[in-house]
Each structure stands twice: as structure tokens, then as C-alpha cells.
Write a protein of this length. Structure first.
Length: 94
């Protein structure tokens, strides 16, 4: 498990960010990114933007760094037709 001290002392090598639309029928969705060392990288969700009639907190979005060049974005929810945007970031450190 990495610690904040490790990130600060070793430095950040790269940061990649984007926003991807994920729909109920497109989940999981693969997003291509520039190659990273998966042992020294992590993905986070910055936020989500959903339709006004959808409780965004109930969408349960998930982002996984599934390979050196692929993010897997998905949702697990109770909305049969919910479509939303996930804002994500991948950070790679030295």
C-alpha cells in the first residue's frame, strides 16, 4: 500500500484526465489511456454528472485501471436507463 509520503518524496510522473459518458447498456466501458506502470499508478473518480431526475450518489460509479493502457468504467445502479458522465484521473508516480 502506498502512502502520501511515498508520492511526495518520489514525485508524480504523469497525470491523465478525462470525462466519459457511461450508459446503462454500455457498462463496463473501456477507455484507452497512454501507457502507465500499473504498479505505480492509480485511478480516481473526480465526480459524476447525471440527469436531473437521477440521484447521482445511487449510481455507484466505478473506475478500474484494468491494464497499462485501459480504464474500465462502470455503474451499478437501480436506474434501468441512467446515463451519466464520469470525470476521472489517472496518476502515475516514479
Amino acid at each position: 500500500m502506498s502512502t502520501l509520503t511515498q508520492f511526495v518524496s518520489t514525485g508524480i510522473k504523469s497525470v491523465q484526465s478525462g470525462t466519459t459518458v457511461v450508459g446503462y447498456n454500455t457498462s463496463p466501458l473501456s477507455v484507452t489511456i497512454s501507457s502507465v506502470n500499473t504498479a505505480k499508478a492509480f485511478a480516481i473518480i473526480n465526480g459524476i454528472d447525471a440527469a436531473t431526475n437521477v440521484n447521482a450518489a445511487a449510481l455507484y460509479p466505478k473506475v478500474v485501471l484494468s491494464s497499462a493502457t485501459t480504464l474500465a468504467l462502470s455503474q451499478t445502479n437501480f436506474y434501468n436507463s441512467a446515463t451519466f458522465s464520469i470525470s476521472w484521473t489517472v496518476v502515475e508516480y516514479y
